[in-house]
Write a protein that binds this ligand. Structure first.
Ligand SMILES: [Fe+2]
Ligand SMILES: [Fe+2]
Length: 272
């Protein structure tokens, strides 16, 4: 069993400072095996925002798998946006845009979907798909395989296709071939957990897709600040959601969903 904390959409520059210390303390108490941050660490990709994000990450347990989001690419500085789009991210947060954490139970691979041209939308390219395929093929069976991106590969049906990462179908075909179990993403500031079977009809395959809300930003879009804790066993994953309680001034557990894998298909299971 592995414990993974999934944070997303920190948006330093627009954070609620009251959340930082309680979140940091709770993360330490949860004693995760790995912490995932699925992008949008800053609001406007400013150096001061990246420094604040770096200080926050330094207060969290490790190891950490972090990927950039669209807000980590400069929007208004056009030269920086196109010539050195992730320079500050790489300098302050993580120089590796393909980070990975692998032990004998789980393999967690990050993919950068932030782009200069399609500022808000994200994209995976064929080189990234080929790299992940080669990496996963080399691992062999036995580990729960987890992919981390900022932009989601799947969402509930009421979200349109435009909200999904570009080339998602090609990536999904590779995920099916490699037996990817779990897709972690953010971007929409909305929590969700479910499988990919409704949007992607791939015979004998459905991944578990988990969205995290915004952990610390004031741009909650109607949802309280939240994050997920995933308890990952062999063929079984429990997704716990922690949400900010304004009255109690802390994050509390507000729900848990259980999923199991039969063959290559992940689906909801009653909680044990
Ligand atoms: Fe965001
Ligand atoms: Fe985003």
């Amino acid at each position: 069993m592995r414990t993974l904390i999934h944070l997303s959409d920190l948006h330093f520059g627009r954070v609620d400072p009251a959340l930082i210390a309680p979140l940091t303390a709770l993360a330490a108490r949860l004693a995760p095996d790995v912490v995932v941050v699925s992008g949008d660490l800053t609001q406007r990709a400013r150096s001061a925002e990246f420094r604040a994000a770096r200080a926050f990450l330094d207060g969290l347990p490790g190891p950490q798998i972090v990927v950039p989001g669209n807000h980590d690419v400069p929007l208004y500085n056009v030269a920086a946006r196109f010539l050195t789009p992730l320079h500050k991210y790489r300098r302050h947060v993580c120089d590796d845009l393909s980070p990975e954490y692998i032990d004998d139970e789980i393999a967690v691979l990050g993919i950068n979907t932030a782009r200069s041209l399609t500022f808000k939308d994200g994209r995976v390219n064929h080189a990234q798909i080929d790299r992940v395929r080669a990496r996963l093929d080399g691992l062999g069976p036995g580990r729960t395989k987890v992919i981390v991106t900022h932009h989601p590969f799947d969402l509930p049906q009421h979200f349109g296709e435009s909200k999904l990462v570009d080339r998602a179908p090609a990536a999904m075909d590779m995920f099916a071939a490699c037996g990817v179990d779990l897709l972690l993403a953010g971007h929409l500031h909305a929590s969700h957990a479910g499988n990919t079977a409704a949007r992607y009809q791939i015979g004998g395959y459905a991944a578990l897709m988990v969205q995290a809300g915004t952990a610390t930003s004031t741009r909650g879009r109607g949802e309280s600040n939240s994050f997920n804790v995933l308890r990952i066993g062999a063929g079984h994953i429990v997704v716990e959601r922690y949400s900010w309680d304004e009255g109690g001034a802390g994050f509390g557990l507000v729900g848990a969903e259980s999923f199991g894998r039969e063959g290559g298909v992940w689906a909801g299971h009653p909680l044990p």
